[in-house]
Design a protein around this ligand. Structure first.
Ligand SMILES: [Ca+2]
Ligand SMILES: [Ca+2]
Ligand SMILES: [Ca+2]
Length: 419
């Protein structure tokens, strides 16, 4: 039940809506005649450069904003820990569990006077989706409320309601802005939450929990110091010892998870880990896979975006010839952005009327991903599917858009033999 409240809060777009739910909570509190009501709020220090910050509220109830450690040396930006988990424990035993709402709040109701502790954890699992963050020993990232700890639990019973002081998801001996795995992990967790929200809730793209299970992010990565997506349920993130996480990497890695979860759980082609660069020519399937992954943060993160500077060919120069344009991750990302965005930019230096398409629905992108696999033979899959197959799949469902598609392809130096 709590999960759906959290979703409603995420879905609301005005401060009035979230205030209304706070008022509702007061009414609920009054109507409970017996038992004890326990409430509180959880925030985290968000110092990312890239994210969808407005999916969180600050401590005054205003929509969250960017406060970049990298660009502005920002050290404190407390935003609501939306969708993180909270467990209520009696002794060592979990007796209830809920999700943190968009305003950072959580609430529990208990029947009788007991001593409780509270644990906040980087895990969100419900009927629709399931993902978590663990350290390199396999332990879930979690922190205990300092006023309701295991060694010094909070004794309930003298009153009918308790409102605990705000908690910050940061170990008590760690200063704001100090590099540490707990605050870093929750910054990544929130980036992942924002992207998963856009795909699996806003666009209703299946997370496919039944087929593929929980997505576990491990940080620090146990395989190397760079990190990668090892499988549809396994993302490895590098440790950041000196500075702060910028924010886009987790969304990029989730792009790989999305692709594998759309492709029956695999890439199909033999995938030794390539070293690649967005501006140099790649194998067809690598250009598509990495260009697609770079599209994911651009589609979700408000201050990264497909629009503005990225929409202009003069600021993001295209690479390769028209015949080979789809073999460059840069062009692939730029093209997917043009397909998705509503900004129509025409490069007058090259043929065509410019970015003529605006498929603003991520579900269409997912469907094309599913279809391009369905339309291929095993041999084609093993030799590597790419952007041209993706374009064929989009056109199969909207053939009337051929001219606009060609114009959008021209604007990104990609022909795929269609012109
Ligand atoms: Ca467009
Ligand atoms: Ca555009
Ligand atoms: Ca043009």
């Amino acid at each position: 039940m709590y999960f759906f409240i959290a979703l409603n809060l995420l879905g609301c777009r005005s401060k009035q809506d979230s205030l209304a739910t706070i008022i509702d909570r007061e009414i609920i509190e009054e109507t409970i005649e017996e038992g004890i009501f326990l409430t509180g709020r959880v925030f985290y220090n968000d110092l990312r450069t890239y994210g969808r910050f407005e999916y969180h509220l600050d401590r005054d109830g205003n929509f969250g904003e960017q406060c970049s450690y990298h660009f502005k040396d920002c050290r404190q930006n407390y935003l609501s820990a939306t969708m993180a988990g909270v467990q209520l424990l009696e002794n060592d035993v979990v007796i209830d569990e809920t999700a943190i709402q968009m305003d950072g709040s959580y609430s529990f109701w208990v029947e009788s006077p007991i001593a409780v502790s509270l644990r906040f954890l980087l895990r969100q699992c419900n009927d629709v989706l399931c993902y978590s963050f663990q350290d390199d020993r396999g332990d879930l990232y979690s922190l205990i409320h300092p006023d309701a700890s295991l060694s010094a639990p909070l004794q309930l019973g003298q009153r009918t309601s308790y409102d605990l002081p705000d908690a910050i998801f940061q170990p008590q001996n760690v200063a704001d802005g100090e590099s540490d795995n707990h605050p870093h992990a929750i910054n990544h967790f929130m980036g992942l939450t924002e992207v998963i929200y856009d795909w699996s809730i806003d666009a209703a793209v299946p997370f496919d929990q039944e087929a593929f299970g929980e997505l576990v992010v491990t940080m620090p990565a146990v395989i190397d110091t760079v990190g990668q997506t090892r499988n549809y349920d396994d993302i490895q993130m590098p440790e950041n010892k000196k500075t702060w996480v910028r924010g886009q990497k987790i969304a990029h890695e989730y792009g790989h998870v999305l692709q594998m979860r759309s492709w029956e759980g695999q890439y199909w082609f033999d995938s030794p880990r390539p070293s690649w660069s967005a501006k140099s020519k790649q194998r067809n399937e690598i250009a598509f896979k990495e260009g697609w992954a770079n599209f994911i943060p651009r589609a979700s993160f408000s201050n990264m975006a497909c629009q503005k500077k990225f929409d202009l060919n003069e600021s993001w120069v295209l690479v390769g010839t028209v015949e080979e344009g789809h073999l460059y991750p840069r062009n692939v990302t730029k093209f997917l952005c043009d397909l998705y965005d509503e900004d129509d930019e025409d490069d007058i230096e090259i043929e065509g009327l410019g970015d003529q398409l605006a498929i603003a629905d991520l579900a269409v992108f997912r469907q094309a991903m599913v279809e391009m696999l369905a339309q291929s033979t095993i041999e084609e899959r093993e030799s590597g599917l790419g952007l041209c197959d993706f374009i064929d799949a989009v056109l199969a469902s909207q053939p009337d858009d051929l001219e606009k598609m060609i114009s959008t392809m021209q604007n990104n130096q990609i022909s795929c033999g269609l012109y």
